[in-house]
Design a protein. Structure first.
Length: 321
């Protein structure tokens, strides 16, 4: 049976850097607190760009890396929880920007797990023989949904996009797992654009990100190792065979806790949240693109991707590069 192979990666982050010191001028925080509690040192915040523009740029770079023309794409999935508009979708805007006329395009909403969920969706189409060439983009511009007076969240989230070109192949994605727990949804929400119609007399309200950080933390340190173990057990692959665990970059303490539970050395857990913060759906493909461009992944390497986030949602995939 055919499977999904990542044949190109790309990413984009806005140029404008906001340091922890900059944020200490906005809310009651410090570089020391942010670094020691999260591992974040700075983040990129969009001035001009929206989600679609970042997504399109990451996509162009991924297509270039893959050596593929946009016209060859059968499907474009954009994973985002912060599209520029309710509609058209981010994916349709990316399609237009690339001139990918032959592709079907739509968005997937699974917050920070979005890239993993989109990859799984593409995998189902590829295994079914429906599509051959796919583009997956994870893009978020959470700075526009952040309450900049809430020091508990505004120091964490940032803007970026990451993309992968995926092609039907004999080898590549070995196995994936996904999960959701809507009952726990209220611990991480963003209620923007949901209130008000002429019947209920309410007017549209702006809503911002709300997070119960400790609850999300507990969920993440339990679920990440759990789904990584599930995906490996199913694939009869040992932890030691895995070269890198590319985890969602929310907090270095979550990554450390996962490494400890999995009894794996920290060198196998690359991190870039120091430079980019938590870029939500972009985080996994952004880090994957860095590793790929630095030549750190070779053909045949086994890589685990894992994400978790609002919904609540989580997922892991085992790839053979
Ligand atoms: O991508 C989606 C997934 N999201 C996540 O994975 C986030 C998971 N959660 C976390 O990463 C952590 O819970 C946080 C980084 C959000 C918070 O770290 P924490 O160690 O859980 O801190 P806390 O919420 O227990 O807060 C400790 C103290 C509080 O003060 P008091 O009540 O002890 O006086 C907070 O008010 O730290 C205070 N605090 C801050 N202080 C300085 C919270 N945010 C800040 C801040 N600067 N930015």
């Amino acid at each position: 049976m055919m499977t999904s192979r990542i044949i190109g990666t790309g990413s984009y982050a806005p140029e404008h850097i906001v340091t922890n010191e900059d944020l200490a001028n906005v809310v009651d925080t410090s570089d020391e607190w942010i670094r020691s509690r999260t591992g974040i040192g700075q983040r990129r915040i969009a001035l001009e760009e929206g989600t679609s523009r970042m997504a399109a740029e990451a996509a162009r770079r991924a297509l270039e890396d893959a050596g593929m023309d946009a016209l060859e794409l059968d499907i474009i999935l954009a994973a985002t929880s912060s599209p520029d508009y309710c509609f058209p979708s981010c994916a349709c805007e990316v399609q237009a920007a690339l001139g990918a006329e032959h592709a079907v395009a739509y968005d997937i909403s699974a917050a920070c797990s979005g890239f993993l969920f989109a990859l799984s969706t593409v995998q189902a189409f590829i295994q079914a023989g429906i599509y051959r060439n796919a583009l997956i983009v994870g893009a978020d511009c959470l700075s526009k949904l952040t309450d900049w007076s809430d020091r508990g969240t505004c120091v964490l989230f940032a803007d970026a996009a990451g993309a992968a070109v995926v092609q039907a192949s004999e080898s590549g994605l070995v196995h994936m797992v996904m999960g959701s727990d809507g009952v726990k949804g209220p611990v991480l929400t963003c209620t923007a654009r949901t209130e008000g119609n002429f019947l209920n007399g309410k007017t549209p309200e702006l809503g911002y990100i709300y997070m119960n950080g400790q609850e999300v933390f507990k969920f993440a340190v339990k679920k990440v190792p759990e789904c990584v173990n599930q995906v490996l057990e199913h694939s009869k692959t040992s932890l030691d065979e895995v070269k890198y665990f590319v985890l969602h970059q929310a907090n270095y303490r979550i990554v450390e806790a996962a490494a400890k539970r999995l009894k794996q050395p920290m060198e196998k857990f690359p991190m870039n949240m120091e430079r980019y913060g938590n870029t939500s759906a972009a985080s996994v493909p952004l880090l994957l693109d860095e590793l790929n461009r630095e030549g750190k992944i070779q053909k045949g390497d086994k890589i685990v991707l894992a994400g978790f986030g609002a919904g609540l949602t989580w997922g892991a995939s085992l790839l053979e590069w």
